[in-house]
Design a protein around this ligand. Sequence first.
Ligand code: C5P
Length: 219
Amino acid sequence: MTVEKLFKIFPPFPGVSEARPDHCRTCAVVGNSGNLAGSHYGLLIDHHDTVIRMNRGRTKGYEGDVGTKTTHHVMYPESAIDLDNTTHLVFFGFKMRDMEWLLKSFDLENYNKVNYKRRANKDLVMILNPAFMKYVYEKWLQKKGSYPSTGFMTVILSLVICDEVSVFGFGADSDGNWSHYFERLGNKNFRTGPHPGAYEYELLEKLHKDKKIHFFRGF
Ligand code: C5P
């Protein structure tokens, strides 16, 4: 019922660009690690066709290190921000409550009113099948940790929808902390919550070594 309603409002098929022999689809996946601070990756990130950011990741005030372009933004109810009209909201919902939140966030009665503050453009919402999370957890992470991090799922998604994937903003900062480039976290320990952060990092390094992604480790 909820799912049926969802796909009456949001596109049932995502608008991803198809593979073409005459065009390399380049993607930058930008995690939120503090190792982006002082990196000067901004121009490099903006050079990609697709730039995917996540959760509370922002560009204002950090343009030199993280760029200005955002074509896609992955977020959850708990980490939602308002997106501009040209950015795709990528939704890895896995609980019924997530789906209900999505429905509630788009107040259709007011959607077309001039001064109505939209969360995002509803025609650009991309809802991932929860089976994708299960696939990443079982096949990529060998069931380590409780569930994959948003960032890691986004990297794997990019391997599916892009030809060339560059990864920024993953892993600890230079002090060994799991911090964000836009805030100092109080906790000084390397901490990845329920995610197998160290294992995900190892996999990113392996993908880089095998030339499947370009992994930019930050500063
Ligand atoms: O912290 P947050 O979940 O908003 O960060 C988005 C993603 O960036 C995480 O899911 C994780 O994959 C990655 N990240 C990281 N190292 C950090 C912070 C975030 O790898 N220090």
